[in-house]
Design a protein around this ligand. Structure first.
Ligand SMILES: C[S@@+](CC[C@H](N)C(=O)[O-])C[C@H]1O[C@@H](n2cnc3c(N)ncnc32)[C@H](O)[C@@H]1O
Length: 262
């Protein structure tokens, strides 16, 4: 059975407020370059994003590290309910940024072992410092651009939230996306995430510019949870396997269950 949930109104209101503030600041002449220069000097997280954008490592998707604690409660609660019978679930937070999502998951699944992976070395250092402070030995953070290093069928749930996208696509809405992100890279990373999941495990993909349904791996999964309104987010245009924009496309499925298992 497929479930449907609502995006919490508080999160939506914050996002809309931030967008309006950004739009207002952009109208002041010279404000944007001045703001960026100050931020580059004062904000190490922003500096690491800009460096990543300049270096453009292979398989880089969303370079922005924006995250927050308990950002997706509907998804976290859904997975928590599915894994209730599992004594010590193994969870992968792919594109974990500075770890807020991984630490949130600890509160939903206190018995879980959680691995966080991110391409940004500074973000992983921040995660490792947080983990050292918390003394929580059930967490591990790894810097990598793919999940290829993770063992086959070793996770009960994989979260890939706001990672396989690029913010610039939402701003400019170009007709094609290959100059920023490539479908072949999406398919490769997704296939690798699917490989890491145990049969019966859960894959959560949110905020991607490509659809999981367009990958070969999707045949081995069934959608079990969706978020209405996900498609309507103007900052997440959808692109097809040919990297052309899918005007008016709707894709609300977020959590997929790997076939097989108990
Ligand atoms: C917007 S943040 C999302 C953070 C978190 N998942 C959340 O939902 O709050 C996107 C993250 O994806 C990471 N990222 C981008 N491309 C990646 C890749 N190929 N492999 C791993 N992480 C990647 C970025 O470094 C960034 O930290």
């Amino acid at each position: 059975m497929k479930l449907t949930a609502r995006i919490p109104a508080s999160n939506r209101a914050l996002e809309i407020g931030a967008r309006r503030l950004r739009a207002a600041v952009k109208k002041i002449p010279g404000a944007v370059p001045l703001f960026r220069a100050c931020r580059y000097v004062l904000d190490p997280g922003y500096r690491s994003e800009r460096r990543l954008m300049r270096a453009r490592p292979e398989k880089l998707f969303q370079p922005h590290a924006l995250t927050s604690f308990d950002r997706h409660p509907a998804i976290f609660s859904f997975i928590e309910r599915q894994l209730r019978g599992c004594a010590a679930p193994r969870i992968l937070s792919y594109g974990c940024s500075t770890g807020e999502g991984a630490f949130s998951l600890c509160t939903y699944l206190p018995q879980a072992e959680i691995v966080g992976i991110d391409i940004n070395p500074r973000s992983i250092r921040v995660c490792q410092k947080k983990q050292a402070r918390s003394g929580d030995a059930r967490m591990r953070f790894v810097q990598a651009a793919t999940p290829h290093g993770e063992a086959e069928a070793s996770y009960d749930a994989v979260f890939c939230l706001s990672v396989l996208r690029h913010g610039e696509l939402g701003v400019r809405q170009p007709e094609t996306c290959g100059h920023l992100i490539r479908f072949a890279d999406f398919e490769e990373i997704v296939a690798s995430l699917c490989r890491c999941l145990k049969p019966g495990g859960y894959l959560a993909i949110l905020g991607s510019n490509f659809r999981f349904a367009d990958t070969a791996a999707a045949a081995g999964f069934e959608p079990v949870f969706s978020l209405p309104g996900n498609k309507a987010r103007a900052d997440t245009p959808l692109y097809g396997p040919d990297e052309g924009r899918l005007v008016g496309a709707v894709y609300n499925d977020v959590v997929f269950r790997k076939r097989g298992g108990a």
